[in-house]
Design a protein around this ligand. Structure first.
Ligand code: ARG
Ligand code: ZN
Ligand code: CA
Length: 239
């Protein structure tokens, strides 16, 4: 799909007084998504020259379409999607065929966020982010700069982890991301080698610190855009 893509975003917040999510967090999160998906992250200047030609402008615009808040004292929602159902104490998705729904809540278990891949049930479609990891200047330390959402939206747009979640031969189904056999953490020095070639540790689909991830590749861009084409799993967003 070659046309312009605009994604309306609904932010559903299960408000916990000890982990406030402010309008500034929300606005900065939308701004960060727009930077990262439009090749405007200032850190991208640090991409090593061997990867320069692979850097993609995905050209997707995210627009805040609504914020819903519900008071909650629950401190660990886990990952079984209960936050997505009002009858289970959560909040129902808003028109998920036409909006990217975020749920911001206390997930617990050290989990930063999780996403549903395209093609799943509509009522659970979207992205869950821990309250301390949503937006800029969030409480989450090295994960407090909004890149968990960039990473999870990558999954929501069909991207796998850059190392393919397996050994050197396990693919992420993207040709221009080098193979690796593990996630990288922290802020790795360049070069980092695990499968004979240099890892692209600065890719949004690795596990490094927020400030150390700053590129998608053209191959990842193709994989994301494919789902918006005719018969694609997110075609409803461009009709
Ligand atoms: N561990 C999470 C996942 O696999 C997100 C990792 C995000 N990394 C970050 N630096 N914010 O979906
Ligand atoms: Zn992930
Ligand atoms: Ca690859």
């Amino acid at each position: 799909y070659q046309g312009s893509i605009t994604i309306p975003v609904i932010v559903n917040i299960l408000e916990d007084a000890n982990h406030p999510v402010t309008q500034a967090h929300i606005n900065s999160q939308i701004a960060i998504l727009n930077e990262d998906y439009n090749d405007m992250n200032p850190a991208t200047g640090g991409v090593p020259s061997e990867f320069n030609n692979a850097v993609a402008n995905v050209d997707i615009t995210f627009v805040l379409a609504g914020v819903n808040r519900k008071t909650s004292t629950r401190t660990s929602w886990g990952t079984n999607d209960e936050m997505k159902h009002s009858n289970l104490g959560g909040m129902d998705a808003v028109d998920p065929a036409h909006n990217l729904n975020f749920w911001v809540c206390e997930i617990g278990g050290g989990i930063l966020g999780y996403a549903q891949f395209p093609g799943g049930e509509l009522d659970t479609d979207g992205v869950v982010i821990g309250s301390d990891f949503f937006g800029e200047n969030a409480a989450g330390g090295q994960y407090g700069h909004g890149r968990t959402a960039t990473h999870e939206v990558g999954h929501w747009l069909n991207l796998r982890h850059i190392w393919g979640d397996g050994g050197c031969r396990q693919d992420d189904f993207v040709a221009d991301t080098p193979s690796s056999d593990r996630a990288n953490y922290g802020c790795p020095s360049y070069p980092t080698v695990h499968c004979r070639t240099n890892d692209m540790t600065m890719n949004y689909m690795d596990y490094v610190d927020d400030n150390c991830m700053y590129m998608f590749t053209n191959g990842q861009n193709d994989r994301m855009r494919a789902i918006f084409g005719t018969g694609g799993t997110r075609e409803s967003f461009v009709q």
